[in-house]
Design a binder for this molecule. Structure first.
Ligand SMILES: NC(=O)c1ccc[n+]([C@@H]2O[C@H](COP(=O)([O-])OP(=O)(O)OC[C@H]3O[C@@H](n4cnc5c(N)ncnc54)[C@H](O)[C@@H]3O)[C@@H](O)[C@H]2O)c1
Length: 449
């Protein structure tokens, strides 16, 4: 089948490449000339494991092309996917300008029947708006369907190729059949294609992300209680996660959720509910907990070091004498995406406290970090380089290479053996035995909250 994808970002590029890999002829369109030039030069603008091989294979087989030419791109596809960004607007509603601009383009260049499939995460009623925009520019027949995307950055190829389910919201039998045909190769494992009305499909995506965010904030609040009352969140997780009604996923306490989806989608659901006169109080609480959680580690850092300074026994005389190291910048492992990453908040707050030297290492996200922090922090070539002369280490992203480091080597490099672990990946008992100060999230009583 001939397919066009408007928007060649994390979702559009992965979807386009994966659709091409099952034999479709795919044209990926973007208004970002630099991005399309990179792709045409054989470079992948984002880090996503496995993506480069799939893109190269399908470009070589001439099943995958890239263009900034909207007219040609739109004419190409029988199905046109919208995969443009829907970032939060100033008031928290999803900013729909990119979706509506793409719809205008489709209205201008449509040349025959097409299915417009919305993969961007959009508020209820968007398909109706998109249909109206296109219909005001053409008399040709077309259908608009909602086809929310559930892939996870860092595991996007696997998620796309073997989805738990495909959701299609459609009011047209013809469009539904075309979408079913397109997705048939991806659901051979008998995972379902769930067809429903368009509004339910639009809401499904938001409901899924909001539910996951609820679980994270819930566990973070339980972790807070653990720190007050002297319990261990890892044990509590095991204790509840084996309950089949609860399950183990998304039960990790940590430095708060980030990324391009959860924060904006939680905001958007709150705003959409507001529009319908509904106070979505659970999600407001989820957002508040998350905002506090993102700064928890710096609060512990501040309290720990103030205690050392006030004791008069430390060589450190003020917070601004301290040097901090940060391992991990991306909002989760296996991606270079730093949108709303907790590491950003931590670094900003450290800078506000007057910490002059902040040395960071991330296997993939340094280039992204430079866009936010410029030369105000020090980018290191290895994780150990970042530790030289550091008084504290913040572990912010659980990349595999951080999981089992050489603690003796770390102790020799650092000024003080102090770790703030935002992902609870280290063994507190072992570290304490070996002379470290360790604070995770919800791992026993804390005197530093
Ligand atoms: N990133 C994820 O993990 C993920 C997962 C599921 C769903 N989503 C949703 O998918 C959508 C896209 O997310 P993303 O992370 O891929 O965004 P992104 O910012 O990585 O990519 C969006 C792309 O669209 C391009 N674009 C904007 N307007 C355009 C236009 N008029 N014509 C052509 N191209 C245009 C931009 O230049 C950019 O390259 C969002 O609604 C998001 O919520 C994202």
């Amino acid at each position: 089948m001939k397919i066009s994808v408007i928007g060649t970002g994390y979702v559009g590029l992965v979807s386009g490449a994966c659709f091409a890999d099952t034999g479709n002829e795919v044209c990926c369109i973007d208004i970002d000339k630099k991005k399309i030039q990179m792709l045409e030069d054989g470079k992948i603008p984002i880090y996503e494991p496995g993506l480069e091989q799939i893109v190269k294979r399908n470009v070589a087989e001439k099943r995958l092309v890239f263009t900034t030419d909207l007219a040609a791109g739109i004419k190409h596809g029988r199905v046109i996917f919208l995969a443009v960004g829907t970032p939060p607007g100033p008031d928290g509603h999803a900013d729909m300008q990119y979706v509506f601009k793409a719809a205008e383009n489709i209205g201008e260049y449509i040349n025959e029947y097409k299915v417009i499939a919305d993969k961007s995460t959009v508020p209820i009623g968007t398909a109706d708006r998109v249909r109206d925009i296109i219909a005001s520019r053409t008399a040709l027949e077309f259908d608009v369907v909602s086809n929310p995307e559930f892939l996870k950055e860092g595991a996007a190829i696997d998620d796309f190729m073997k989805p738990d389910r495909i959701v299609i919201g459609s009011s047209s039998r013809k469009a539904e059949e075309i979408m079913r045909e397109l997705y048939a190769p991806y659901v051979r494992n008998n995972h379902p294609v769930i067809c429903m009305d368009i509004r339910s499909a639009e809401l499904t995506k938001y409901a899924a992300n909001a539910m996951l965010a609820v679980r994270i904030s819930f566990m973070n609040e339980i972790a807070g209680l653990c720190e007050k009352a002297g319990a261990n969140i890892k044990k509590v997780r095991d204790g509840i996660g084996y309950d089949s009604r609860i399950g183990m996923s998304f039960l990790y306490a940590g430095a708060g959720y980030g990324g391009s989806c959860f924060p904006k989608d939680v905001k958007a659901v709150i705003k959409t509910a507001d529009d319908y006169g509904l106070d979505f109080s659970i999600l407001k609480a989820v957002e508040n907990v998350n905002n506090t959680q993102k700064l928890l580690l710096v609060k512990k850092f501040e309290n720990y070091w103030k205690k050392q300074i006030n004791s008069g026994k430390s060589k450190i005389k003020s917070l601004s004498d301290l040097t901090a190291a940060v391992w991990g910048l991306s909002f989760k492992p296996n991606t270079d995406d730093m949108r709303e990453a907790p590491a950003i908040e931590i670094i900003r707050r450290l800078q506000q406290l007057g910490i002059k030297k902040i040395a960071v290492f991330d296997p993939e996200a340094a280039a992204e970090a430079k866009k936010t922090f410029g030369t105000s922090i020090q980018y290191c070539k290895t994780d150990y380089d970042a530790l030289k002369g550091a008084d504290s280490l913040f572990l912010m992203t659980e990349w595999m290479e951080f999981r089992n480091p050489d603690f003796e080597k770390m102790a020799a490099l650092m000024n003080h053996q102090v770790i703030f672990d935002g992902r609870n990946i280290y063994d507190k008992e072992k570290l304490l035995q070996n002379g470290w100060f360790y604070e995770g999230i919800g791992i026993g009583q804390s005197d530093f909250i």
